[in-house]
Design a protein around this ligand. Structure first.
Ligand SMILES: [Ca+2]
Ligand SMILES: [Ca+2]
Ligand SMILES: [Ca+2]
Ligand SMILES: [Ca+2]
Ligand SMILES: [Zn+2]
Length: 619
């Protein structure tokens, strides 16, 4: 452990020293020296070769588009960055909209596709969305990072080039733009909701009294009143900035008056009916349950324009074979089912999820691969159930950021077990705020004259950018690791190809033909659950040849061991339907007995696994 830690520190110290030297020489001269070699700039539209990597020092790789991944973007900024990327990479990127949010904002979509290798709809596609919960914002940056990374590394990194050539990507950085802007610009600290009005307190008025940022610092804080000797709370011994309840029989100096706001409708309650107040991720019709079973589900599935727009898009793009919906927080790689009553998925599907999820744990330190209902909580009508059960899409949901990452070394984890440590769980956030955020993430208690409570203090709250989102300086790592996981899933979407083909002449004009059908990826072309629910069209194996008749077709159990091959019992053997699709990482051999001459073309067409074909000479 020690030497390795030391080396890391030494390296970063060296880099810092070099940076200081560089900036010192810069300021001494006032401008870069005239003789400096200019950094080679790639030509617009050109795919850069390995050459310009080699000609630029590794820490100075030139990017065509520079974006910030150490801050949060409001909706307009996200969309502006998407437009910038589209403009820089017009061949590969198409900026689209899925439709409008309730508040009239575009649900902006980026289509990533290389048209030279086919239209996006002909390829297995990965759908990536984020921010369905308004306050869970950093998935938007992960999406932006993904578009940026794919484009900046196309032609530079072989695996990225191949991925962009083989797959299509549909990326929606926010599916709740109203909620995102409410979070970014307004006081929408904890609001998961979208902005369709809902009367939370049954007074026939909608959204009439939400929390209010009275002191205008962008944070919904606590209100407390100083009442010496008559209160229910006192300053905590662990950190005087936090309050703790007094023991029974004792009195404190403070009472808590709830969260920042005023009673705007005179009903004696504060903040009882803000924007919306529903859960946008409970509005999908897979195991949907009404409000009396699960609050926040709305009156019927797809009542929300955002959920409906997402679904309309997915229905129109049956080539989507993978789905990721980014949430925060907790550090989880989640899969459905969302509720125990749904029952576990078929074993062959679970094996696929397990393989990808467990490798995800290795790519995402502090994240655990879990099933939603057993590892998090019960969700009826969530988008991953809808994706898996009803659209036949392998669907994950990453809960971005784990609070354990604030103190992320094994030594510090050990130290946190000591309740007296300054980084013990109940004070750890204060330590982190003081020493790593320089106090910026916690608001101080300050006097305030409240129209209803009189002289009070407002403060004592961590900013909305603390806790559920990472510190800004850690966000690029979050973006990269989660993108890497999602690209790994994308790479493991089904990929059909025609393998070896063999022809044997049996008699004049009669041939036996063996053809290998290959899916070399982990995911099957049709999930077992989707096959059981009959929600994905069968794969189709066709044979075309001028004047060629198919006399019989069979599945070969084992191409290395001759045996009787069971006949395929379908009426038209030139169009064989394969209802259960092709399993992941498998080769199947089909054997035809054909009559004719010339050549045949065998084609395997799969809605989610792509299309492959081969022309075989009969000789
Ligand atoms: Ca109301
Ligand atoms: Ca409301
Ligand atoms: Ca405030
Ligand atoms: Ca009220
Ligand atoms: Zn969420």
């Amino acid at each position: 452990m020690m030497p390795r830690t030391f080396r890391l520190i030494a390296t970063s110290a060296l880099l810092t020293a070099l940076a200081v030297l560089a900036s010192a020489s810069m300021s001494a001269q006032g401008k870069p020296s005239g003789g400096a070699t200019p950094i080679p700039q790639p030509q617009a539209g050109a795919v850069r070769s390995a050459q310009d990597w080699a000609s630029a020092p590794s820490s100075e790789r030139t990017f065509k588009v520079r974006l910030d991944f150490n801050r949060w973007h409001d909706v307009a900024e996200l969309q502006a960055d998407m437009r910038t990327l589209e403009k820089a990479y017009p061949k590969f990127l198409k900026y689209r909209s899925l439709g409008k949010s309730y508040g009239g904002r575009d649900l902006a979509l980026m289509v990533v596709n290389n048209p030279d290798t086919g239209a996006d709809t002909t390829k297995p596609a990965m759908y990536i969305e984020a921010n369905i919960h308004g306050n869970e914002i950093q998935g938007g940056e992960v999406c932006l990072y993904t578009i940026w990374y794919l484009m900046e590394h196309y032609g530079r990194i072989e695996a990225i080039t191949r991925l962009v050539d083989e797959r299509a990507f549909y990326i929606v950085p926010t599916v709740n733009p109203d909620g995102r802007d409410f979070f970014m610009r307004g006081p929408g600290g904890n609001a998961r909701t979208g902005h369709m009005p809902v009367d939370d307190d049954n007074d026939y008025q909608f959204d009439e009294d939400g929390p209010a940022d009275l002191n205008g610092n962008g944070v919904i804080e606590q209100i407390r009143k100083y009442v010496p000797g008559q209160g229910t709370h006192r300053r905590s011994a662990a950190d005087p900035r936090s309050l703790e309840p007094v023991r029974p029989g004792e009195t404190g100096d403070y009472i808590l008056l709830g969260q920042e706001g005023v009673d705007q409708d005179g009903d004696g309650r504060v903040g009882e009916d803000g924007y919306g107040s529903y859960d946008p991720n409970r509005n999908f019709p897979a195991d949907w349950q009404p409000n009396y079973v699960q609050g926040g589900a709305m009156d019927y599935p797809f009542q929300l324009p955002e959920a409906k727009a997402v679904n309309d898009f997915l229905i129109a793009h049956p080539n989507v074979a993978g789905l990721q919906t980014y949430h925060n927080s907790g550090g989880m790689i989640l899969r459905s089912p969302g509720a125990e009553q749904t029952g576990e998925y078929p074993a062959s599907d679970v094996r696929v999820y397990d393989e990808i999820g467990k490798n995800g744990e290795r790519m995402l330190p502090f994240y655990r691969y879990l099933v939603i209902w057993s590892g998090l909580y019960t969700v009826h009508g969530g988008v991953t159930d809808w994706g898996n059960d009803t659209l036949g899409i392998l669907s994950f949901s990453n809960e971005l950021w784990n609070g354990g990452q604030y103190f992320n070394s094994p030594d510090l984890k050990e130290q946190q077990k000591d309740p007296e440590s300054p980084i013990a769980p109940r004070v750890a956030n204060y330590f982190f705020n003081d020493h790593l955020e320089f106090g910026d993430q916690l608001t101080e208690w300050k006097p305030f004259t409240h129209p209803q409570y009189g002289e009070v203090e407002i403060g004592g709250a961590f900013r909305k950018t603390f806790g559920r989102v990472p510190p800004r300086f850690m966000n690029e790592e979050l973006c990269h690791r989660n993108m890497a996981f999602t690209l790994y899933q994308a790479d493991e979407m089904p990929r059909m190809s025609i393998g070896e083909a063999k022809v044997e002449k049996i008699a004049d004009g009669i041939f036996r033909v063996w053809v290998d059908l290959v899916n070399d990826k982990v995911t099957p072309t049709i999930l077992a659950k989707a096959a059981a629910n009959n929600v994905v069209p069968p794969d189709l194996l066709t044979l075309d040849g001028k004047g060629v008749d198919v006399l019989s077709a069979s599945w070969v159990p084992n191409k290395w061991r001759p045996a009787v091959a069971p006949m395929i019992d379908q009426k038209d053997l030139t169009r064989i339907m394969i209802r259960n699709g092709q399993p992941g990482r498998s080769t199947r051999t089909v054997q035809y007995l054909v009559k004719g001459a010339g050549s045949i073309t065998v084609k395997y067409a799969s809605v989610k696994g792509g299309t492959a074909q081969k022309t075989i000479a009969l000789q």
